[in-house]
Design a protein around this ligand. Structure first.
Ligand code: DAT
Ligand code: MG
Length: 144
């Protein structure tokens, strides 16, 4: 099942210069980039994106972190892209993530955890719409 999922490379990923390594993990796993943009997240975008943790005590810190620099939003396409990206990322808490996963290798803790990836095909559709206009998503595969 070919899916497209939303990935955000978070400010720690950019500051620590892991973007190339992280994107390489996705490409090496067979995913292709069909959308890519660098953006500063606005208050309302972030509140929508993190609606499920908006009333948690850590939200102000998470907000400050996520707005501390631009992020890179990626739309990644491929077979079972949603679950595949989550598997490559590892669990939320980088300290509990296995070595070999993106968070296990490049993350620091539960907040500085390098990447966001949509957690279900339904949410991927909503999140892609949140961060990309239709005109910013492309059919990339070369026919060969
Ligand atoms: P995930 O990003 O693995 O989907 P989530 O949706 O439960 O995790 O939480 C969204 C983000 O909120 C997560 O990437 C980092 C932050 N977060 C979650 N729990 C946290 C905590 N206990 N302290 C600080 N930040 C937390
Ligand atoms: Mg989540």
């Amino acid at each position: 099942m070919i899916e497209t999922t939303l990935v955000l490379l978070k400010p720690d990923c950019l500051a620590d210069r892991h973007c190339g390594n992280v994107i390489n993990r996705f490409e090496a796993a067979g995913l292709e980039i069909v959308g890519c943009k660098m953006m500063l997240l606005a208050d309302d975008e972030l509140a929508e994106h993190y609606a499920h943790v908006l009333d948690r005590p850590f939200y102000p810190d998470l907000k400050a972190f996520m707005q501390s620099s631009p992020v890179i939003a990626l739309a990644l396409s491929g077979k079972n892209a949603v679950a595949l990206v989550r598997e490559l990322m590892g669990p939320t808490d980088s300290r509990k993530a296995a070595k070999g996963t993106i968070r296990g290798d490049f993350g620091r803790d539960v907040m500085f955890n390098v990447v966001h990836g949509s957690d279900s095909p339904e949410n991927a559709i909503v999140e892609l719409k949140r961060f990309f206009a239709d005109s910013e998503l492309f059919e990339v595969s070369l026919k060969r």
